[in-house]
Each structure stands twice: as C-alpha cells, then as structure tokens.
Design a protein around this ligand. Structure first.
Ligand code: FES
Length: 57
C-alpha cells in the first residue's frame, strides 16, 4: 500500500489523517491537535480541509 504523505513537515500520511477524522477530528485544527498535520508551515492545510470534506460525504 502506498502511503501518501499529506503533511511534509511531520510526515503525516493521508491514512492517518482520515483515521483522525473518522475518530472525530472534523476541523483542520482538531486534525492538527491529534496528528500534528498542518501545525508546521501550514502548507498542507488546504489539502487537510479537502480530505475532511471528502470524509463528510
Ligand atoms: S506540510 Fe503540513 S504543516 Fe507543513
């Protein structure tokens, strides 16, 4: 399985982010609290937002 890194700053994979969302982290901030993703340079935040919106479907 290919692990795609969403957050380069903390090497957080898409799967880790999806898991956090499924466990109740439904905002970019909450995902950051749980996984650190998005809490460095912030460059991946728009991608995190997209993933949240995908998971809400
Ligand atoms: S790439 Fe995610 S905070 Fe920098």
């Amino acid at each position: 399985m290919i692990m795609s890194i969403v957050c380069e700053c903390f090497q957080v994979t898409e799967e880790t982010i999806r898991e956090a969302i499924r466990n109740g982290a439904t905002t970019v901030e909450a995902v950051g609290d749980v996984t650190q993703a998005g809490t460095g340079c912030g460059g991946c935040q728009s991608r995190i937002e997209e993933i949240i919106n995908e998971e809400k479907k």
